[in-house]
Design a protein around this ligand. Structure first.
Ligand code: PMV
Length: 355
C-alpha cells in the first residue's frame, strides 16, 4: 500500500461551513504495538478488541477561513492543554488533507470514561477527530466510497496515535503488515471478522488500580524500543504470537487465547523494565489482582484473562458465559485492590458511528 492514495489535494475549497459528530471507542490490544519507526509506522503488528462503553464523542465545527486555526473544548470548556497535541496532529495530516489549511475549527469533545481514570483517551479521541476530518473530505469529494472513508480515517487516526487507527473498526482489528493476515498494512488497520462466536461478546472489566496520569507517555515508551537489547526478538515474537492467536481466535481456543494475551501483556511490561531508562508501571495492587485472578481461574476452571496497557490498571477479559463468576470475584475480592473501589464494565463493541 502506498501513501499516495491518501493524499487529497483539492486546494480550492467551496465555501462550506458546517459540523460533523462522531462517536469512537477505545480499544484494548491483545498483541501489543510497542515500538515505532518514522511517521508512526509500527515496529510490529498488533491486534485489538474494539470496546463499546469507553468512547469519545467529538463534534467538529468548521468555517472557511484564511488560514488554519482551532480551539479545543472538553465538555463545553476550553481546554488549552489539549491543543499542542492536536496542533501536532493537524500539522501531520496537512499533506494528506490540504483543505484543512482553509478552515477554522472548533473541536468539542467528551469522553464517557473519566479523564482521571488512567485510561488513555488518545485512541478514542484521535480516531473520533480523524473521522470528523474525513467527513469533511467526503463533502468535498462525493466519489469517496464507504470503504475508502474508513481507510482514510484509519490512516489519519494512526498519524495522531498509532493505536487509534484500530478504533475505526468493530470487534477484532489488526494493524501492521504480517503474513497471517492478507491485506494487513502498516498504514491502516483492517477488520478481522473470522473469529469464533465466543469472541463476539467478550467482556472487559477495567480494574482501576491507579487513576493517575501515565508515568511514561506512549511517545517516550515507543522510543525506548530503539536500541533496546531485546527489541529484535520482541518484534519477531509479536509476529509469531499474532499468527498463533489468529488460529485460537478462529477455533475459539480459549486456553491458547489466555496464554498468548497474558504473555503479551507481561512482555510489554518486561520491555519497559529492561529499557534504558527502566520503568516499573505495575503497582503492588496490579500484582495482587493478577495473583487472585490466576488462583480463582485455576480453582474454578475458568478462562478469565488479564491484560495490561502501559500502566497499572488491569483489563480482565472473559467470555460472556463467565460473567457471573467474574463479577463475583471482582465484587468480593478484586475491588479492594482498585483505587476508590472503581472499575469500568466494558465489552467488545461495534466500532465508530456517525451521530
Ligand atoms: O497508540 P499509542 O502510541 O498510545 O500506543 C499504544 C501502546 C499500547 O497501548 C501499550 C499497546 C497497543 O497496541 O495499544
Amino acid at each position: 500500500m502506498n501513501v499516495q492514495k491518501f493524499i487529497f489535494d483539492k486546494r480550492e475549497v467551496e465555501s462550506i461551513d458546517g459540523q460533523t459528530t462522531w462517536k469512537s471507542p477505545s480499544n484494548i490490544a491483545l498483541v501489543k504495538y510497542w515500538g515505532k519507526i518514522g511517521e508512526q509506522i509500527p515496529a510490529n503488528p498488533s491486534i485489538s478488541f474494539t470496546l463499546n462503553n469507553c468512547h469519545t464523542l467529538t463534534t467538529l465545527k468548521y468555517k472557511k477561513a484564511e488560514s488554519l486555526s482551532f480551539k479545543v473544548f472538553v465538555e463545553g470548556v476550553r481546554e488549552e492543554s489539549f491543543e499542542p497535541k492536536i496542533k501536532k496532529f493537524l500539522e501531520r495530516i496537512q499533506k494528506y488533507c490540504s483543505f484543512i489549511e482553509q478552515y477554522s475549527f472548533e473541536i468539542h469533545t467528551k469522553n464517557t470514561f473519566p479523564h482521571s481514570s488512567g485510561i488513555a483517551s488518545s485512541a478514542s479521541g484521535l480516531s473520533a477527530l480523524a473521522l470528523c476530518i474525513t467527513s469533511i473530505e467526503k463533502t468535498l469529494d462525493n466519489t469517496m466510497s464507504d470503504s475508502f472513508f474508513k481507510e482514510k480515517a484509519s490512516f489519519l487516526a494512526r498519524l495522531g496515535s498509532g493505536s487509534a487507527c484500530r478504533s475505526i473498526y468493530p470487534e477484532l482489528v489488526v494493524w501492521g503488515e504480517n503474513q497471517s493476515f492478507e491485506n494487513s498494512s502498516d498504514l491502516v488497520a483492517i477488520p478481522f471478522d473470522g473469529a469464533h462466536e465466543v469472541f463476539k461478546d467478550f467482556q472487559d472489566t477495567i480494574l482501576l488500580v491507579d487513576k493517575g496520569q501515565k508515568v511514561v507517555s506512549s511517545t517516550v515508551g515507543h522510543n525506548l524500543m530503539h536500541n533496546h537489547p531485546f527489541s529484535k526478538q520482541r518484534f519477531t515474537q509479536a509476529h509469531e504470537n499474532l499468527e498463533q492467536l489468529k488460529k485460537a481466535l478462529i477455533e475459539g481456543d480459549l486456553k491458547t487465547f489466555t496464554a498468548i494475551v497474558e504473555s503479551e501483556a507481561l512482555t510489554l511490561h518486561a520491555m519497559m523494565m529492561t529499557s534504558n531508562p527502566y520503568f516499573i508501571l505495575m503497582k503492588p495492587n496490579t500484582l495482587n489482582i493478577i495473583e487472585e485472578v490466576w488462583a480463582y481461574r485455576e480453582k474454578h476452571n475458568l478462562n478469565l484473562t488479564i491484560t495490561l496497557d502501559a500502566g497499572a490498571n488491569v483489563h480482565l477479559l472473559y467470555p460472556k458465559s463467565e460473567e457471573k463468576q467474574a463479577m463475583s470475584l471482582i465484587n468480593n475480592t478484586l475491588i479492594e485492590f482498585c483505587e476508590n473501589k472503581s472499575y469500568i464494565c466494558d465489552e467488545v463493541g461495534s466500532g465508530s458511528v456517525e451521530i
